[in-house]
Write a protein that binds this ligand. Structure first.
Ligand code: SAH
Ligand code: SF4
Length: 379
């Protein structure tokens, strides 16, 4: 299951690790910075563009590193606000990266705020019963370089569509780690990728604009709380009692609410910032008034923000979203207690749902891969 690429992805290197590799070749210390500037600021797509490097060095780089370890297969633009990039990794695995636009009043869609939803694994081992990402289990973890590569591909695309105010800036406003996979089950690669995305020599992207979503791996929530990088945290709660939660999320057996809730509190206190509780509403599973009351109490107790997400149906799974009335009834319980809350109603406009239900095509159905197959992944 461990994937060992033939060439190291350059997008997985830190300034320190690259400096070290170059020093072993007798290169001066500033060389690594020069190379990373080409990759992250000038968005060079090939070694030959790096005109201030010698030809022998460029040859060595080409033999040693994979500049961006993913190839763009499809750029699926929708009429809606979500666009998707289908990327092929070096072992043939496919992942999707979603670009969600939130148009701003009075300006065209090209100037909308952009949130990028990235994946951290091919598949997922957590087995949440409602989720498409885990249906075929876990194939493998993504490497840090593959996680970062998704964002560079978005930059390449967005740079071409919308000229940036400052050439070296990232081409988007927020990152949500809510695509395929459980980020905290691929902890080391996640943290390495976040460091690269955040560093000045990397994408220089602010940690407060990055949200990591987890199904609730308590030990790694606590580890992430200790990291100097202060990313935002979202918890996929989806059940306000153990009884309901463990029916749909097997992770609740290992980390029931009496372990999860204190970990959320610790994270929030360490970073002095509200944690988000995501709650997908599924008809007759977790949409009762009793669940609403329990969720209200949890949110008030943790000073957490609640994101209510009507379930997006997944082909082949029996779960449905509740009726509009039931959604409103649920939301009113939280609202009445002044819980900080969002309820998104429009299908496809919802960030969490749009990326949460990524359905990746595995090698099994690659034969069917054509212009239309990406449309099957529509949120
Ligand atoms: N593994 C992490 C992050 C990826 S899932 C996690 O579980 O948090 C991102 C979000 O999408 C999660 O809240 C997940 O529960 C949600 N999700 C999964 N399937 C969904 C669906 N069919 N409709 C709406 N949200 C879904
Ligand atoms: Fe994995 Fe998250 Fe889907 Fe659960 S909801 S199966 S943790 S991707």
């Amino acid at each position: 299951m461990k994937f060992v690429p033939t060439k190291a992805p350059l997008t997985g290197e830190t300034l320190a690790s690259l400096t070290e590799r170059l020093a072993a070749r007798g290169e001066p210390a500033f060389r690594a910075k020069q190379i990373l500037e080409w990759v992250y600021k000038k968005r060079a797509r090939s070694w030959d563009e790096m005109s201030n490097l010698s030809k022998p060095l460029r040859l060595w780089l080409d033999e040693t590193f994979d500049l961006v370890p993913a190839t763009l297969l499809l750029d699926k633009q929708s009429q809606d606000v979500t666009d998707k990039l289908l990327l092929e990794l070096r072992d043939g695995s496919l992942i999707e990266t979603v670009i969600i636009r939130a148009p701003q009043e009075g300006v065209g869609v090209d100037h909308s705020r952009k949130t990028i939803c990235i994946s951290t694994q091919v598949g997922c081992a957590m087995g949440c019963v409602f989720c498409a990402s885990g249906l075929a289990g876990l194939k493998r973890n993504l490497t840090a370089g593959e996680i970062v590569a998704q964002l560079l591909h978005v930059c390449y695309r967005e740079d071409a569509l919308t000229p940036r105010a400052k050439a070296e800036m990232a081409s988007f406003d927020n990152i949500v780690v809510m695509g395929m996979g459980e980020p905290l089950a691929n902890y080391d690669a996640l943290v390495q990728a976040l460091a690269i995305v955040n560093a000045d020599w990397g994408l220089g992207f602010g940690a407060r604009r990055i949200t990591v979503s987890t199904s609730g791996l308590v030990p790694n929530i606590l580890k992430l709380a200790e990291q100097p990088i202060g990313v935002r945290l979202a918890i996929s709660l989806h059940g306000a009692t153990n009884e309901v939660r463990e029916k749909i999320m097997p992770v609740n057996k290992a980390f029931p609410l009496e372990k999860l809730l204190p970990a959320i509190r610790t994270f929030g206190e360490t970073h002095g910032r509200m944690v988000t509780l995501e709650f997908i509403l599924i008809e007759d599973v977790n949409d009762s008034l009793e669940q609403a009351e329990k969720l209200r109490d949890i949110a008030l107790d943790l000073h957490a923000h609640v994101n209510l997400i009507p379930y997006n149906t997944v082909e082949g799974l029996p779960w449905r979203r509740p009726s509009g009335n039931r959604l409103e009834r649920f939301a009113r319980v939280l609202d009445a207690a002044r819980v900080s809350m969002t309820l998104r109603r429009e299908k496809g406009h919802d960030i969490d749902a749009a990326c949460g239900q990524l359905r990746l095509k595995t090698e099994r159905d690659r034969g069917a891969l054509g212009p239309d197959s990406a449309a099957n992944t529509e949120a």
